[in-house]
Design a protein around this ligand. Sequence first.
Ligand SMILES: *[C@@H]1O[C@H](CO)[C@@H](O)[C@H](O)[C@H]1NC(C)=O
Length: 226
Amino acid sequence: MSPVASSWLLAGAILVLVLGDPTDACTCAPLHPQTAFCHADVVIRGKFVGVTPPSPTRSTEEFESWIRYEINVTKTYKGIGSPGDVLFIDSLEEESLCGYRHPGPLDGKEEYLIMAERQGEPLTISLCSFVRLWGRVPPSQRRGVSQAYGEGCACEVVPCHSMPCKLSGNAQCPWTDGLQDWNWQGPQAERQACLPRPSQPLEDSFCAWETLDDSFSEATANSPGL
Ligand SMILES: *[C@@H]1O[C@H](CO)[C@@H](O)[C@H](O)[C@H]1NC(C)=O
């Protein structure tokens, strides 16, 4: 894995430190929910129940401070955590350094879908991580996290910034939502996953977009090779 891919904060975020404008210094690279799922070490549904200073073992640069969220797990899709466990997830405090600031109350009432990465011991999220109120996650993305995205981790979603999309292999799916919408929230992000075609032999992996509609679970359950 390249050094960039090994760090969620770096992979998800391009730090643009604009002198004189500290409020708008974090820019997130486009991130399809499938890519977020595949890069994450832990994908859970849970409730924010508290925030504490992180353990002093976290190495810090002098300008960085970290906070630690306490998450009461309700369901695990990937990685660790049983229902009722409290997981600790760290973030940089400053939004300008791509820190995640929880927008809601920490009263454990609302459920969130959280994709976190493990950097050394603690789990980490950033402003660029996939963290969303579960009630706002569309049914197709729920199907994605519970089944489809995990089946597509050998495939690669490639953000397409202009036409024609430049692809470098047949395991890639061109992601074109950004051509219409600067924040990449289009139909491919909302309703599609880039999945191996069941009929292709493994060594010649070939991936294509599939729509995660009501028939998805049934269709993949019946197809050989998945
Ligand atoms: C976690 O959630 C469960 C179910 O809502 C609740 O019974 C439990 O007290 C919560 N634990 C903490 C530490 O908030």
